[in-house]
Write a protein that binds this ligand. Structure first.
Ligand SMILES: [Zn+2]
Length: 147
């Protein structure tokens, strides 16, 4: 794969993650015990405000309801709500735009942001590619072991 193709591939993965978060039920999401006030053990749920305060009219109300066995899992899911995920993806996309390949069609591509001192792929680009390393289409060229 060429440097430009590698950059486009990783950028596309982050765009896909951002678009998935944008399509999800908006946050903020919060954790609550669905069994509170009963003799049942805690039943952790994650939901947005619309779950607790439906509009009451016939219009469909947006809500999310996720059941999980552990409060730590619920805390994690709520913390990574769509607004956080969108912001994290946009930060990665901005970073990727700074760390694009310069002289991409040569044998010695350089990082656009870091200039001649850094070959491409630079460590910043590889860090932004790393979360996708379990994907079956993750290219060997992006493995940190090769740098
Ligand atoms: Zn760079």
């Amino acid at each position: 794969m060429t440097p430009t193709e590698l950059h486009t591939l990783v950028r596309g993965w982050w765009e896909e993650m951002r678009d998935t978060a944008r399509a999800a039920t908006p946050g903020p999401w919060a954790v609550f015990d669905a069994n509170e006030g009963t003799s049942s053990p805690a039943g952790w749920m994650v939901a947005n405000d619309a779950f607790h305060n439906p509009s009451g009219d016939d219009a469909p109300w947006i809500a999310v309801e996720i059941h999980t066995g552990g409060v730590e899992d619920a805390d994690h899911i709520a913390a990574f709500d769509p607004s956080f995920a969108i912001a994290a993806c946009e930060a990665a996309l901005e970073r990727l735009d700074r760390h694009k390949p310069l002289m991409a069609d040569t044998r010695r591509p350089r990082c656009w942001y870091s200039g001649d001192e850094w070959r491409w792929p630079c460590v910043e680009f590889l860090s932004d590619a790393a979360p996708f390393r379990t994907r079956p289409d993750f290219p060997e060229e992006l493995s940190r072991d090769r740098t």
